[in-house]
Design a protein around this ligand. Structure first.
Ligand SMILES: NC(=O)c1ccc[n+]([C@@H]2O[C@H](COP(=O)([O-])OP(=O)(O)OC[C@H]3O[C@@H](n4cnc5c(N)ncnc54)[C@H](O)[C@@H]3O)[C@@H](O)[C@H]2O)c1
Length: 255
């Protein structure tokens, strides 16, 4: 079991996470639960979401809530945030984690597939932020964390819409940090390298790919969801109270 630094400021804080049922998102849910936060998350994967709640319910000092929600349906995303704030309280931490890294050759990517990709990888981050802003303002401040990717800066092939969305999230981070700063809302971007989740293990991690990655990085170890969760906790906590509008790379030294 991962040992996380305890941040007193995260106890009883209300945290909303998109795409929290599996992968890095599930690790984030677990990490905030370990802080005694009230944690709500949405995901399209009902089975995994329910299983995570069942696994963590006994360990949770705060509330843990899951709703099945397709985040591309913005009215449903907004409704889930508002409904869950009824049980968890006004959200003062939002983690925009959801994504889909489907590969496409840009020569043949259809108009619909381009829009669909941005509908998952970009649009929910803005509309979730817009929905929590009044809650955070009412509570005297808050934290929004946008999950970008080193792909936004290195541009690997066959990911044109994903890379574009991840770069756009850096611009969104800067914009919202400026406009929401007057409400004491901090907005930062987390920029992971290749994080070895179950999905990455099953879908993309071949011995050749891993050998290539290890050749690129300074630290010759696998980057794990917990490594990203630790940075997320710090940025969400009051220890980071004067940090906003920034991007934080956690990639073992790939860039
Ligand atoms: N894993 C990596 O190597 C890596 C690298 C850089 C950045 N990131 C970023 O970190 C974040 C998490 O990555 P991950 O690897 O855990 O992602 P993932 O694809 O494994 O998981 C994303 C979660 O989002 C959910 N989801 C997908 N579409 C949805 C939809 N329409 N509505 C609601 N939920 C939906 C999935 O069910 C899943 O639980 C993402 O923003 C990703 O871009 C990951």
């Amino acid at each position: 079991m991962t040992m996380y630094t305890r941040y007193a400021s995260l106890a009883e804080r209300s945290v909303f996470i998109t795409g929290g049922a599996t992968g890095i998102g599930a690790c984030l849910v677990e990490a905030f639960v370990a802080q005694g936060s009230h944690v709500a998350f949405v995901d399209i994967n009902r089975e995994a979401g329910d299983a995570l709640v069942a696994r963590l319910a006994g360990q949770s000092q705060g509330r843990i809530e899951f709703r099945e929600c397709d985040v591309t349906r913005i009215p449903e995303l907004r409704a889930a945030i508002r409904e869950l704030s009824g049980t968890c309280g006004d959200f003062t931490v939002l983690v925009n984690n959801v994504a889909n890294d489907q590969r496409y050759d840009p020569r043949y990517l259809s108009e619909q597939a381009w829009y669909n990709s941005l509908a998952i990888n970009l649009h929910p981050a803005f509309f979730a932020a817009q929905t929590v802003q009044p809650m955070m303002a009412r509570q005297g401040g808050g934290v929004i964390l946008n999950f970008s990717s080193i792909n936004a800066l290195s541009g690997p092939s066959k990911l044109p819409s994903y890379n574009t969305a991840k770069a756009a999230l850096l611009g969104l981070t800067k914009s919202l940090a400026r406009d929401f700063g007057t409400d004491k809302i901090r907005v930062n971007a987390i920029v992971p390298g290749w994080v070895i989740t179950e999905r990455q293990l099953n879908k993309w991690l071949t011995p050749e790919a891993e050998a290539w990655w290890m050749d690129q990085v300074c630290l010759k170890e696998r980057l794990l969801p917990e490594d990203v969760a630790k940075l997320t906790l710090y940025l969400a906590s009051d220890d980071a109270r004067m940090i906003t509008g920034q991007k934080f790379v956690v990639d073992g030294g790939r860039l």
